[in-house]
Design a protein around this ligand. Structure first.
Ligand code: ADP
Length: 499
């Protein structure tokens, strides 16, 4: 038996998963690491925390699996996207902490770009809506604010990378400096038509090209894991950003297939083949993957708070003691008694993009109970993703009849059924919902010949539960209408709070 070790470097933990050649999970190990909040709205990670926890999980997972490292055919990497690292090429020392995707410190700089009329150009070239979320303005911030950084960067002494770049540079003997095209497409510096770093954008943000990693396909050997980790060199052969990896792990290999990840936030990606679909309604166009030089694109819509609404019910409101308890409570009532909860705690994502939106709960009457509120919270997860799917239907002109789901909150049968009802769509949950790691493993396994092609991978994917619409259309349409009314109440709420 041969194995792949998939590294899943996430925002709160580093994880390694050992997967066998039949696509089965053999063992997994996660380690959490520190979140650093230097100021309100700022988020950082210590680059060495990331490297050390990730390296440790490789050793722990392989030992837990009880396998001989010689039987590991390849390593695959998937990662939190956009998080930005800048380090010194000679010393290997980061010039500062990594700036995390969530960090809002460059919002002002982005506003300047927007005011200067650069939005259309950025959108056209990168497929992205200008935002502090992406790596570009974070690199610019580092060069401007870390003493000596700009000088060193101009002298060719500094390197930039997203997480996979940083890990590979550190985990290979000869310091390989690469980025895969799916991660590159999240930097706001990458031209998705030309599939290259864009000189005009680099100039606009004043970033020297010499810092940028060499671009590579998502599947292919880029280097070898150093011997000192597992006692044997192992090819690093696949990588992709987490959402793209999940799309691949869900075997969405045909144009028009979609997957939604219901994690802390919610992420919907639709495979659009070799077409770059330009959204008119607030979705992003992004690179899904490039294999053997052939690029496949995706349309992406994300919401900030999905499963996290249950963490709020648990930790702040103390209405539940655990997320799974919500599934029990929800069955004690037949509806929400007219309660709607819009969890716009950090603003509204796709398709609204309203950073001043805030959470609201409306429709309360004297009879509203804890169970109604819990039910409204679960429904809010489905409503938000339903808005994204409807937008995708509009932008793509496709009917979209089926969606594959994964992530922690996808285990909620109630929520998945409600989603299916709202959208009149079949919702399918696979047996293995660890699709992010699977995607990275598949990309790596393909490169070393462990799997022969996409057909073989598609056959490894197995449905666990299928949800089909049960609710009459008039009823679901009525609920969507009411939901939109609630969203109107949430919009622009904090607009006048800014100084
Ligand atoms: P991430 O990878 O974004 O950290 P996960 O995919 O691990 O997230 O999912 C975690 C989320 O899943 C949490 O926000 C949690 O509230 C939610 N969750 C876990 N179990 C359930 C459940 N039974 N029903 C609904 N949501 C759940």
């Amino acid at each position: 038996m041969k194995y792949i070790v998939a590294l899943d470097q996430g925002t709160t933990s580093s994880r390694a998963v050992v997967i066998d050649e039949k696509g089965r999970k053999v063992a997994a190990k996660s380690l959490e690491y520190k979140q650093i909040y230097p100021q309100p709205g700022w988020v950082e990670h210590d680059p060495f925390d990331i490297l050390n926890t990730q390296t440790e999980t490789i050793k722990l997972a392989v030992s837990l699996a009880g396998i001989d490292p010689h039987d590991i055919a390849a390593i695959g990497i998937t990662n939190q996207r956009e998080t930005t690292f800048v380090w010194n090429k000679e010393t290997g020392k980061p010039v500062c902490n990594a700036i995390v995707w969530q960090c809002r410190r460059t919002a002002g700089e982005i506003e300047k770009l927007v005011k200067a009329g650069k939005s259309d150009m950025i959108r056209e070239k990168t497929g992205l809506i200008p935002d502090a979320y992406f790596s570009g303005s974070k690199i610019a911030w580092i060069l401007k604010n870390v003493p000596g950084a700009m000088e060193d960067a101009k002298a060719g002494k500094l390197l930039f990378g997203t997480v996979e770049t940083w890990l590979i540079w550190n985990l290979t003997e000869n310091r390989v400096h690469v980025s895969d095209v799916s991660n590159a497409s999240r930097t706001m510096l990458f031209n998705i038509h030309e599939m290259n770093w864009d000189k005009e954008l680099l100039e606009l943000l004043d970033i020297p090209e010499s810092m940028l990693p060499k671009l590579v396909d998502n599947s292919g050997i880029v280097g070898y894991l150093k011997k000192d980790v597992l006692g044997v060199e192992i090819p690093i052969a696949g990588m992709a950003g987490d959402q793209q990896a999940a799309l691949f792990g869900q075997a969405c290999f045909e144009k028009g297939m979609i997957k939604t990840t219901y994690g802390t936030g919610g992420f919907l990606l639709m495979q659009t083949g070799d077409n770059i679909v330009e959204s008119k309604n607030g979705l992003l166009s992004t690179v899904a993957w490039r294999i053997n030089g052939k690029t496949c694109y995706a349309l992406e819509g994300s919401v900030f708070v999905a499963g996290a609404v249950l963490q709020w019910l648990r930790d702040e409101l103390k209405l539940i003691t655990s997320a799974p308890e919500s599934d029990v409570i929800v069955k004690t009532v037949s509806d929400t008694a007219g309660v709607y909860l819009v969890p716009a705690f950090t603003g509204l994502g796709a398709p609204y993009w309203d950073m001043y939106g805030r959470g609201v709960m409306v429709g309360l009457t004297r009879g509203a109970t804890r169970a109604h509120i819990v039910r409204a919270a679960l429904e809010s997860i489905a409503f938000q993703m339903a808005d994204v799917v409807e937008t995708m239907r509009l932008d793509s002109g496709l009917e979209l009849n089926e969606m594959r789901v994964d992530g922690g909150a996808s285990v909620s049968d109630f929520t998945m059924q409600f989603e299916s009802d709202l959208l009149n769509m079949t919702v399918v949950r696979p047996t293995n919902i660890e699709t992010t790691a699977m995607g990275a493993a598949y990309l790596a396994g393909l490169a070393v010949g462990l799997w022969k092609g996409l057909d073989e991978l598609a056959a490894l994917w197995q449905a666990d539960k299928t949800f089909t619409a049960q609710m009459p259309r008039v009823e679901s349409e009525k609920r969507m209408k009411k939901w939109h009314k609630a969203v109107e109440r949430a919009k622009a709420w904090a607009e006048d709070d800014e100084e």
